[in-house]
Design a protein around this ligand. Structure first.
Ligand code: PEP
Length: 255
């Protein structure tokens, strides 16, 4: 069964407005209509640049995502950005549960589930991140770690809501470290995640769910990772900040 292939670039807290403008313009002109049909391309700039990146990508195949959102809809939450605000900037997606949010900002499963529900209530699709630490992998508990992360969050949604979520498996030990999961490690855990989805919802829903790999994915390893049966694309950090690298990764999806 075919499912959506997705390449998303997570810019994290990098760049100025001018740099965001330049990077987006370069990606738009390099991507053109070329990728129509084979992959969804998503850019996740910092909040202040959402509207501009959306305007620049309006007539392209590229969609825009926020990197985080508030769990509440409005009110006295100084510094927070609601899903309604994100949607009103033209974004279609939001990344929730990135390991940097979990670790540095102490976001736990209950708040992540609230954020997911807020996003869905505002018609945003969710890119939900999961993944084990180095220590957890060394202990051999990586399967149960990702199971718990999913069981406490998006596996509690209705089937209809779950269908609006994309999963990004991102081993924490591979994020920004230059270490990448081997193709065997990636395939094994993606397959496991799909099996878990089938056991909670159905085989059809599991087969339709896009599961992205993230963690030092770059021009050199993307093709091998994307060729795996249960890997449906990538969430790209560092390599999404250079237009040429990012577009090479996008093209690796096709080859
Ligand atoms: C990420 O932050 O989601 C990520 C995968 O980062 P990097 O590609 O830099 O490892």
């Amino acid at each position: 069964m075919s499912r959506k292939k997705i390449i998303a670039g997570n810019w994290k807290m990098n760049g100025t407005y001018e740099e965001a403008f330049k990077l987006t313009s370069e990606i738009v002109s390099m991507v053109k209509d070329e990728v129509k049909g084979y992959a969804e391309i998503i850019l996740a700039p910092p909040f202040p640049f959402l509207t501009s990146v959306n305007k620049l990508t309006e007539n392209s195949v590229i969609q825009v995502s926020a990197q985080n959102c508030a769990s509440e809809n409005s009110g006295a939450f100084t510094g927070e950005v609601s899903c309604a605000m994100i949607a009103s900037c033209g974004a279609t997606h939001v990344i929730i549960g990135h390991s940097e949010r979990r670790t540095l900002f102490k976001e736990e499963d209950d708040v992540l589930l609230k954020k997911v529900k807020a996003a869905l209530a505002n018609n945003l699709k969710v890119i939900f991140c999961i993944g084990e630490t180095k220590e957890q992998r060394e202990k051999g508990i990586h399967f149960s770690v990702v199971e718990e992360q999913l069981k406490n969050t998006i596996l509690r949604l209705s089937a209809d809501d779950f269908r609006k979520c994309v999963i990004a498996y991102e081993p924490v030990w591979a994020i920004g470290t230059g270490l990448t999961a081997s193709p065997a490690q990636a395939q094994e855990i993606h397959h496991h995640i799909r099996g878990l989805i089938a056991s909670v919802f159905s085989d059809t829903i599991a087969q339709q769910c896009s599961i992205l790999y993230g963690g030092s994915c770059n021009e050199n390893n993307a093709a091998e990772l994307f060729a795996l049966q249960d890997v449906d694309g990538g969430l790209i950090g560092g390599a999404s900040l250079k237009s040429r690298s990012f577009v090479t990764i996008i093209k690796a999806m096709k080859d």
